[in-house]
Write a protein that binds this ligand. Structure first.
Ligand SMILES: *[C@@H]1O[C@H](CO)[C@@H](O)[C@H](O)[C@H]1NC(C)=O
Ligand SMILES: *[C@@H]1O[C@H](CO)[C@@H](O)[C@H](O)[C@H]1NC(C)=O
Ligand SMILES: *[C@@H]1O[C@H](CO)[C@@H](O)[C@H](O)[C@H]1NC(C)=O
Length: 265
């Protein structure tokens, strides 16, 4: 409190000193050197607009489970890089949370790290396809995916109803989340299950499906925990910038006070 009062006093005194005519006379600042009038600098060219896949998937869907796997396997970076830096672009088939929930909890429990990564890569094609192009694409079956030429999908377009067939599932594209070159994101109602990873048909979760809360399998990362972790990180960020702000204010007060000291002495 004392300090606060003291600094208000300092500022007040400084203001009076600086604005007094005597001070102005004595310390008349030399005329500012003529600064050349620069032409207004051209506005920086807008960078290419890139879709942030994590942002997109966190608000659409819900696609939390797929997003968690994308992050956990580092495939998110691979997809994002393909989206940002290639002219081919990318097409991603994103299963809804309910599609993961429909599988038995242990379905992915025994997969190796590499298998899990391939499984997630399997959900994308290394090229942008609009929905209208699936008609043509279906004549090229089997279509290789991001997971490699062995990991293929068969696409069928039956009067606008497009299905994406893997060995153990044949989901329909239930909605187009984004289809703007170079990024296409299509919602599918089932997880794609390639034969290279699943030798037999993975069992479904017992019906009726339990509430989504009870659904998080051992390997499925919990969307909620990550969310709160990132929220925490944000809070910390805020705190530290707040502290930095306070630090700067203190520093300024010290600087002003010492400037005043020099004037007075
Ligand atoms: C892609 O572009 C977005 C938006 O400009 C940017 O935030 C992100 O860092 C880029 N990512 C990669 C992998 O290039
Ligand atoms: C996972 O592996 C364990 C031990 O090898 C086995 O008992 C279990 O049945 C496997 N689970 C699945 C879903 O394959
Ligand atoms: C995909 O289509 C090809 C060619 O029509 C066919 O040989 C193959 O068995 C199909 N694969 C699946 C998983 O349906």
């Amino acid at each position: 409190m004392m300090e606060f009062k003291a600094s208000i006093f300092t500022v007040a005194v400084l203001t009076i000193v600086l604005s007094s005519p005597a001070f102005a006379q004595k310390h008349k600042s030399p005329p500012a050197p003529a600064t050349p009038i620069l032409p207004p600098s051209p506005a920086p060219a807008p960078g290419p607009h890139h879709v942030d896949l994590a942002d997109l998937l966190s608000v659409a869907g819900p696609f939390h489970t797929f997003l968690e796997y994308l992050q956990k396997t580092d495939v998110l970076g691979t997809f994002q890089n393909q989206a940002n830096s290639t002219k081919e672009g990318i097409t991603i088939f994103v299963p809804k949370d309910s599609a993961f929930a429909a599988l038995k909890e242990t379905t992915f429990a025994n997969l190796t790290k590499d298998q899990l990564k391939s499984l997630i890569l399997y959900h994308a094609l290394p090229k942008f396809y609009s929905l209208a192009e699936f008609n043509k694409l279906s004549s090229q079956n089997p279509v290789p995916t991001f997971a490699g030429s062995q990991y293929t999908l068969n696409l069928t377009d039956n009067m606008g109803s497009i299905h994406v067939k893997s060995m153990w599932s044949n989901p329909k594209i239930s909605s187009s989340v984004l289809s703007t070159y170079p990024v296409a994101v299509y919602e599918v109602d089932k997880v794609l299950l390639p034969m290279q990873i699943f030798k037999s048909e993975p069992p479904l979760a017992p019906a009726p499906a339990p509430a989504p809360d009870a659904k998080e399998s051992d390997v499925a990362p919990s969307p909620r925990s990550t969310k709160s972790a990132s929220a925490k990180a944000k809070d910390e960020e805020k705190n530290s910038s707040y502290q930095a702000g306070v630090g700067i204010v203190n520093y300024l007060i010290i600087a002003v006070s010492s400037g005043l000291m020099m004037l007075l002495w």
